[in-house]
Design a protein around this ligand. Structure first.
Ligand SMILES: NC(=O)c1ccc[n+]([C@@H]2O[C@H](COP(=O)([O-])OP(=O)(O)OC[C@H]3O[C@@H](n4cnc5c(N)ncnc54)[C@H](O)[C@@H]3O)[C@@H](O)[C@H]2O)c1
Length: 250
C-alpha cells in the first residue's frame, strides 16, 4: 500500500485527490499539509511539514509554488517521492526541482489529464504538417485561478516550439500596433465562473482553420492522473518524470 501525503489537502484539488485515493486499494492517504491545521477530517492536516510523523512514500502537491521549498526539504529528509501538480513555478523553482530530482524521484506536470498530454502530441503533428499556419492558444479557467496564462497553455506553446524553434510567445495583444509576426504564438487567458479548464490551439491558414481542443469538465480527471503518477514513481530512486513517461510506458 502506497502511503500518500496531500499538500494543499484543504483545497479544491486536495479534496478530489483524497476522494480518488479512497477508491483505489493500492494507495492510502496518511495525512495532509495546508496553510491551516485541521485535525477534524478523515486525515490529519498539519500547517507545517515539520509536524508530520506519519511514514510517507509519495507527496502529491496541489497547493502553490510557495510550498515548493518545504516540500523539497521534506522529501530530501525522508526519502519520499513527489508528484508536483501546482502551476506557476519560476525558472529558479524549476532549477530547484531539477536539483532535488538527482536524489529523489519527482514527477511534475502542469496538467495531469491523459487527454491534454495526448493533445500535446497532436499539436506537434499539426505543427509538422501545417507550415505557414498562424498559431494561437486560448485557455479558459474559473475565476479563482491565480496564475495566467495557465501552465497547460505554456506546455502547449512549448510543444509548438519543440517542433519549430523560431516561434516566440506573445501574451495578449494589449498595446501592440502592427500586424502579427508569422512566428508569433498568441496566448490568451479567459477567467470566469467555475470553468474547470479549457484549451484550444488554433491553426489558422488561408481559407481553413483547424482547432485542437481539450475541455476538462471535472477536476477528478487531474486527481486520478496524480494518483496514477504517484504509483508510477513510487519505488523509483531518483529522476524527473512527466506524463510522457507514463504514456510511453504503456
Ligand atoms: N497539474 C494539474 O493538472 C492541475 C490541475 C488543477 C489545478 N492545478 C494547480 O494546483 C494548484 C491548486 O489548485 P486548486 O484549484 O486546488 O486551488 P485551491 O486554492 O482550491 O487550493 C489550494 C490549497 O493549497 C493551500 N496552500 C496554498 N499555499 C500553500 C502553502 N504555501 N503551503 C501549504 N498549502 C498551501 C491553500 O490553503 C488551499 O487549501 C494550483 O497551482 C493549480 O493551478 C494543477
Amino acid at each position: 500500500m502506497i502511503k500518500i501525503l496531500i499538500s494543499g489537502a484543504l483545497g479544491k484539488m486536495g479534496a478530489n485527490v483524497i476522494s480518488a485515493i479512497s477508491t483505489d486499494p493500492e494507495v492510502t492517504a496518511v495525512c495532509g499539509v495546508d496553510r491551516t491545521e485541521d485535525l477534524s477530517g478523515c486525515i490529519p492536516v498539519y500547517d507545517d511539514f515539520s509536524k508530520v510523523t506519519e511514514q510517507v512514500d509519495v507527496v502529491i502537491d496541489f497547493s502553490s509554488p510557495k510550498a515548493l521549498d518545504s516540500i523539497l526539504t521534506f522529501i530530501s529528509k525522508t526519502g519520499a517521492s513527489a508528484v508536483l501538480c501546482s502551476t506557476g513555478y519560476t525558472p529558479e523553482d524549476l532549477e530547484k526541482i531539477n536539483a532535488t530530482s538527482k536524489t529523489n524521484a519527482i514527477f511534475r506536470s502542469a496538467n495531469m489529464s491523459l487527454g491534454v498530454n495526448v493533445l500535446i502530441e497532436l499539436v506537434k503533428t499539426a505543427v509538422k504538417n501545417l507550415a505557414g499556419f498562424d498559431i494561437e492558444i486560448i485557455e479558459k479557467h474559473h475565476n479563482q485561478k491565480v496564475d495566467a496564462p495557465s501552465g497547460t497553455a505554456l506546455m502547449l506553446a512549448d510543444a509548438v516550439k519543440d517542433v519549430d524553434n523560431d516561434k516566440f510567445y506573445v501574451y495578449g495583444r494589449n498595446g501592440i500596433v502592427g500586424k502579427r509576426d508569422a512566428n508569433e504564438i498568441g496566448i490568451h487567458a479567459i477567467r470566469g465562473g467555475n470553468i474547470v479548464g479549457e484549451h484550444d490551439v488554433i491553426f489558422a491558414g488561408n481559407d481553413e482553420v483547424i482547432t485542437l481542443s481539450h475541455h476538462a469538465s471535472d477536476r477528478k480527471v487531474f486527481a486520478f492522473g496524480a494518483v496514477k503518477a504517484a504509483k508510477f514513481i513510487c519505488g523509483k530512486k531518483n529522476g524527473l518524470f512527466n506524463m510522457t513517461d507514463i504514456l510511453n510506458n504503456k
